[in-house]
Design a protein around this ligand. Structure first.
Ligand code: NDP
Length: 246
């Protein structure tokens, strides 16, 4: 059974880490992909590797709703439908609240929460019209438990889970046939921790990430959720390294 083949999948934050790895796996399985991120040079390299026929790219900052709208429009114009949106773009500059890093708080709220909302708002009209679709949102273990230094990041990921569950209920009520998936990874080896500016925090996180799993583990879960038959909605995953206690 390959229900991934020929599906049109839009991925935000596709330029590295989990997003890039998901592009690779879904492309192997025959999906048509539309990639968004700010680093266009990275997206161009991925497009060259995967193949121009099956991949479109669009420079997208998810904090700007008009750019998210343009990404979704690119998918529709290039491939005629949108089967899956993966709201994957995110960042995690962790620090204790006492450090008052307001710029980083705002960035996390803008990308991790508002970026997801803009994606949902942009794609729902297309999916409602098609009477089918699938929205996959990247939350985190930090959307299930709170720990010191992670209050704001956790807040954003709890929000992603709440928003996705609300979306699930609303779409089920109207019978739009739109599936939702919340994906909550533990430590995954990507560029995510590179942006932690607080030196004390970075040391602790580097320790936790010594046993991080590779992003292909998350890509396989995404592939599984998409591949399941339409009537089955895989609503939630938590995927940790086997050795992670948090
Ligand atoms: P990476 O840092 O490798 O990837 C993050 C992606 O988000 C990049 O492609 C980046 O692209 C994109 N991004 C950041 N800001 C913006 C923006 N304003 N607009 C558009 N894209 C943006 O980290 P991961 O692959 O690990 O992260 C992917 C998701 O997984 C995130 O939501 C993260 O919170 C979540 N996650 C990751 C975990 C981990 O341990 N790695 C654990 C739990 C959850 P660009 O800079 O080119 O715009």
């Amino acid at each position: 059974m390959n229900n991934v083949k020929d599906k049109v999948v839009v991925i935000t934050g596709a330029s590295s880490g989990i997003g890039e790895e998901t592009v690779n796996l879904l492309a192997e399985n025959g999906a048509k992909l539309v990639l968004g991120a700010r680093r266009l040079d990275r997206l161009e390299k991925i497009q060259q590797k995967v193949g121009h026929d099956s991949v479109s790219i669009k420079k997208t900052d998810v904090t700007k709703s008009d750019e998210v709208n343009a990404l979704i429009e690119t998918a529709y114009n290039d491939f005629g439908r949108i089967d899956v949106l993966i709201n994957n773009a995110g960042l995690m500059p962790q620090s204790f609240l006492e450090k008052n890093k307001q710029d980083e708080w705002n960035q996390m709220i803008d990308v991790n929460i508002k970026g997801v909302l803009y994606g949902i708002g942009a794609v729902l009209p297309y999916m409602r019209k098609q009477k089918s679709g699938h929205i996959i949102n990247l939350a985190s273990v930090a959307g299930h438990v709170v720990f010191p230094g992670s209050a704001v990041y956790c807040g954003t990921k709890y929000a992603v889970r709440a928003i996705t569950e609300g979306l699930r209920q609303e779409e089920a009520i109207v019978g739009s046939n739109i599936r939702t998936t919340i994906l909550s990874p533990g430590a995954v080896s990507t560029e995510l921790t590179d942006h932690i500016s607080d030196k004390d925090m970075k040391q602790d996180i580097d320790e936790l990430y010594k046993n991080a799993i590779k992003p292909d583990a998350i890509a396989r879960a995404i592939n599984y959720a998409i591949n399941e038959p339409e009537e089955s909605s895989v609503n939630e995953f938590i995927i940790r390294p086997s050795s992670q206690s948090l």
